[in-house]
Design a binder for this molecule. Structure first.
Ligand code: S3P
Length: 161
């Protein structure tokens, strides 16, 4: 699963794994286990580049787990080698949500470092504009998350696998 923060990658990925009887890996959770602290405080202390280095290593390892369903962080596609690696090793699903929809879901969020800014909607719009083409490049297909329930989204993905 790739897509913006709040697009439902973990929720949909977990349900999809359950339906497939597959292992579910949330790469942000693996990163937090590895760094021993929340991503937000790691970002504050070491900066985004240090986080992206660890993220790249975790994506490399996780994408080699046969049959697993992965949910990735929203910025996993920012680095070109990550996009290529995911596209070559995995069936990549882009969970596409509009910035307005993401803002509705995330407006009270305090854990995502990139959204701790004065105008989170503008930040989501900016991230979306920059990343939507990158998610599409990494993905094999796109599912729009707007109206369907999680169960429906999982069915839509299962039909395309
Ligand atoms: C990030 C998204 C987060 C997490 C980190 C950076 C991003 O994951 O990896 O805070 O760059 O968009 P979610 O997409 O699960 O929020």
């Amino acid at each position: 699963m790739v897509g913006m923060p709040g697009s439902g990658k973990s929720t949909v990925g977990r349900q999809l794994a359950r339906r497939l009887g597959a292992r579910f890996i949330d790469t942000d959770a693996v990163i937090e286990e590895r760094i021993g602290e929340p991503i937000r405080s790691f970002f504050d202390r070491h900066g985004e580049a240090a986080f992206r280095d660890i993220e790249a290593a975790v994506l490399d390892e996780s994408s080699q787990m046969p049959g697993a369903v992965l949910s990735t962080g929203g910025g996993a596609v920012v680095r070109e080698p990550n996009r290529r690696l995911l596209h070559e090793r995995c069936t990549v699903v882009y969970l596409m949500s509009t910035p307005d929809e993401l803002f509705r879901r995330l407006r009270h969020d305090t854990q995502r470092p990139l959204l701790q800014v004065a105008n989170p909607l503008a930040k989501l719009q900016e991230l979306y504009a920059a990343r939507d083409p990158l998610y599409r490049e990494a993905a094999h297909f796109t599912v729009e998350t707007g109206r369907p329930s999680v169960a429906t989204l999982v069915n839509m993905i299962l039909m395309q696998l």
